[in-house]
Design a protein around this ligand. Sequence first.
Ligand SMILES: *Cc1c(COP(=O)(O)O)cnc(C)c1O
Length: 393
Amino acid sequence: MSEFDTKLVHGKSQHDNQTGAVNVPIYNSSTYVYPRADSKVRWDYSRSGNPTRNYLEDQIAALEDGTRGFAFSSGLAAIHAVLSIFSPGDHIIIGDSIYGGTFRLINQFFERWHLEFTEVDTQDLSAVEKAIQPNTKAIYFETFTNPLLKVTSVKAISKVAKAHHLLTIVDNTFLTPYLQRPLDLGADIVVHSATKYLGGHSDVVAGIAVVKNEEIADRLYFNQNGIGSVLSPEDSNLIRRGIQTLAVRMDRHLSNAAKIVKFLQSRPEIAKVYYPGISGSLDHEIASAETNGYGGIVSFELQKGLKATKFVEGLNLIQLAVSLGAVESLVELPYKMSHAELSPEDQLAAGITHQLVRLSVGIEDPKDLIQDLSQSLDRLSVRQSIRVKASEK
Ligand SMILES: *Cc1c(COP(=O)(O)O)cnc(C)c1O
């Protein structure tokens, strides 16, 4: 078939109407006519199936090299449906820096449901092996963690998982199938917050799951239909459209991020930059081997004594907001915003200091982004009369 970037644009031909429309229509219909009472119809009710949603599900399944895709009303709804394929008494190993909402779902919902979880650093394979119990059924992690961008090897974890007959589940939100296809590296299930890069325009909340194996697909379909948090036809269309431009957007996110990393490294106000593209770490090594790029999220630590709040509030173009992966650049303070639910001790243990800033690099002209970062850093150090020498970094 065609190359990946072509697949992004074209999806799967539908030829489902007489108009010649190049895009699948938005089928705003909750129900469908039965020609006869005992007809076996393809579409009967839109929670069970909708042609617009189905187009998106086929499109993302092909892009992730899976067999079937499922679209949900949010990333968390997708994760909920995926974890619901397990049963009370099952044990799942989870990455210790997974998305906060996933963590809350696990700790405050699934634990009540008697699913058992053990948190481990999934970069540490022996820790993962050690956590395996007789009732362990799966390993769940994010390839790049949030906000410190620690990188886990999908290949290595799936190898361990296969040896113990466990499923490997990867949250691929940060990378998207353009930068990594976890199913090709051995994973069994991929989940996405499509709210982020797949949608790409901060205008829709959506979730995706893709699987390889038909038996798992049937269980997941049962949950999608049975729990019912499906994506609406209109929102399915927005994600479908977002995916068409994923490659061009991602290329710009990557080149902008690389320029911004270089800029940040040149500034004495910055104590540390977290980005898997920076060489010399295990994160860089794994990312170089298993991804086609280092993503569009850059985190960095301001020097002690500089006020991170003032810095983010001093930005003009880059907007202060949670979420990520959209065309516009967004900045946030993890300790006060995205990771505010963690206790101060847990934040510290996770490396989330009060100096840490997370930047979702958009697709604006990089000169404007750098100018904006620069003016806010300038005002910061002038206002506080702090001049930290580069040698002190
Ligand atoms: C945002 C996010 C989620 C949750 O998705 P929603 O669409 O907000 O429900 C899950 N995982 C990661 C990595 C995310 O960034």
